[in-house]
Design a protein around this ligand. Structure first.
Ligand code: ADP
Length: 531
């Protein structure tokens, strides 16, 4: 079986990962290759090079592609990286449009009045270029074309509606939803970032690809859900949640407007929830010292400072805090590592009855020798909220930025990892923390529900709305700290149970073959009745 994956991120290339999508695109191809010749023969990943990653060592240039886009023929560069251990190949497609936010920048923050405008044009060209690559047989005949999230979804639409790519429809089309909250919606026409502008004259079936809330707009993720043979999401619990409607009044995230399509996919047996895995190498037994974390954090903050023309207040406060703590190093680290988006952090900001936010209540619960360190970046407003708290609370360190080496030290040093996500398709952060023997305190939703067993290998909370969830979060935090203080033996058992959990990529890879790739005897049998 030959599989080709299309994705925006890939953690196997330094700098080409933003979140869990990058972890999955790094790990699942290796796991699929690892389950051997009985099922998978070859696996290729195709992604944009963002005018940076083709410079990676070992990248080999291949002949460019000619791609029809916006009524012109564009030249798209191609290069290849090969992972010698697994044999997985990564094709990097490149064009100046892929670096619209600057070289190496994967996503742009488009202004709220033009959401996804730059990214959608970039990924529309990526989809067209990937189809061209496949149609020219540059990867040989592939059995499965596996799309990751809305960024890759344009390929499904072109394969189904552009006669030049119709033959690619003989392969099985699979889409993985890593996060349903991001759908890449753009107008059908009258905008330079619209379906008509990218692919003029395309004869598409509107009812399969229009957004249900904005009928004048094209929804790439909905298109992939309706046009692919199989729809996959990254945990069984999330696969159930997304078949229900959102309930904003209680903070419930379900199908994000696409629940009817997902219900239809479920009824047709096209929807699967398969849990992501985690890499387990040799355990690193050495616990980093506080000194090591101080040094790593200080060095990283200096690098971030060097990236901008002015001193950012978050970095200044972080350096001050690190200097204070160096004098009296904390004994216990409560930790969190996350993109800063409402999905991940809304509960921290909930105002509670005592005129304090949930985060302030969490900080008030900390015994004197405990501190809370948060590594993350994202929405400017959320960064502002954490910076404001960091300036006022001496037991809180906010490291505003992205750093994989620092994240590794924080996973290793932490005593308790906080993950109060409002919804969570799978979540990799909790798996990485557990791998280091750090139990998690998490909201019992989506993949967090499928990976953490309350009071056995971690702690979970739930509540009927955001206010109750925030109260339950603080309550559970208090209980967890009390257990740690009063019953060190039980606490150790929980840490050991967390470290012993195994979320195996090999199992996931086998389930991919069974549930998504279907042994490949059956072809395209179940597509949506909207076609
Ligand atoms: P999501 O994909 O929604 O961002 P996940 O928990 O699935 O959330 O995956 C997050 C991944 O990104 C983890 O590997 C985590 O360690 C990493 N990560 C998130 N924020 C940062 C950061 N600021 N610095 C380093 N790694 C980060």
């Amino acid at each position: 079986m030959k599989i080709c994956m299309l994705a925006a991120e890939n953690g196997s290339i330094p700098g080409a990962k933003i979140g869990g999508l990058g972890d999955v695109v790094r790990d699942i191809p290796r796991a699929l290759a690892g389950i051997g010749h009985e099922m998978v023969h070859e696996i290729d990943v195709v992604m944009p090079g963002y005018q940076r990653f083709a410079e990676s060592t070992g990248a080999e240039t291949q002949p460019p592609l000619k791609v029809r886009f916006r009524g012109e023929t564009l030249q798209v560069a191609v290069s290849q990286l090969r992972d010698e251990d697994s044999g997985v190949r990564c094709r990097l497609l490149d064009h100046p449009l892929f670096a619209v936010g600057g070289p190496g920048r994967i996503y742009c923050n488009d202004p709220p009045e033009r959401p996804f405008a730059s990214d959608a044009s970039k990924f529309a060209l990526f989809g067209a270029a990937a189809c061209q690559l496949l149609a020219e047989d540059r990867l040989g005949e592939v059995d499965v074309i596996h799309l990751h999230d809305w960024h890759a979804a344009f390929a499904a639409m072109l394969i189904r509606f552009d006669p030049r790519y119709a033959l690619l429809g003989d392969a099985r089309l699979v889409v993985t939803i890593h996060n349903l909250a991001m759908q890449g919606i753009r107008p059908f026409a009258h905008d330079d970032s619209s379906l008509d502008a990218w692919f003029p004259g395309l004869n598409f079936k509107r009812k399969a690809i229009a957004d249900p809330r904005y009928p004048d707009s094209f929804n790439p993720l909905r298109a992939a859900i309706n046009l692919c043979d199989k729809v996959h999401t990254v945990s069984p619990a999330y696969a159930r949640e997304i078949r229900k409607s959102n309930q904003p009044e209680i903070g419930f995230h379900g199908g994000e407007g696409l629940e009817r399509d997902l219900q239809r996919a479920h009824r047709a047996g096209r929807l699967s929830g398969i849990l992501n895995g985690c890499e387990y190498g040799e355990p690193d037994l050495a616990l980093p010292s506080s000194e090591e974390l101080f040094d790593a954090a200080r060095q990283q903050v200096f690098h971030w400072l060097g990236d901008g023309p002015q001193v950012e207040s978050a970095h200044f406060i972080a350096l001050e805090r690190l200097a204070q703590w160096r004098e009296r190093p904390p004994a216990h680290w409560i930790t969190s590592i996350s993109r800063l988006t409402p999905q991940k952090t809304a509960l921290f900001e909930v105002a509670m009855g005592n005129d304090r936010t949930c985060l302030e209540n969490i900080l008030a619960e900390l015994p004197p020798d405990h501190v809370f360190v948060l590594l993350g970046s994202g929405d400017a407003e959320i960064e502002g909220f954490f910076t404001h708290c960091a300036a006022r609370y001496g037991n809180f360190l906010f490291l505003k930025g992205y750093s994989e080496p620092l994240s590794q030290t924080i996973y290793a040093i932490g005593s308790l990892f906080l993950m109060p996500s409002s919804f969570e398709p799978c979540g990799i952060g909790q798996m990485l923390a557990m791998r280091s023997g750090q139990p998690c305190l998490a909201h019992r939703v989506g993949g967090l529900k499928d990976t953490i067993e309350n009071n056995v290998d971690g702690f979970t909370f739930t509540g009927r709305d955001q206010t109750h969830q925030a109260a339950a979060f603080v309550r559970k935090f208090r209980q967890a700290l009390s257990l740690k203080r009063r019953s060190p033996g039980r606490w150790e058992d929980i840490c050991r149970a967390a470290a012993a959990r195994r979320f195996s990529w090999e199992n996931s890879a086998r389930e991919y073959c069974l549930q998504l790739y279907g042994g490949l005897t059956v072809k395209s049998e179940a597509r949506s009745d909207l076609l």
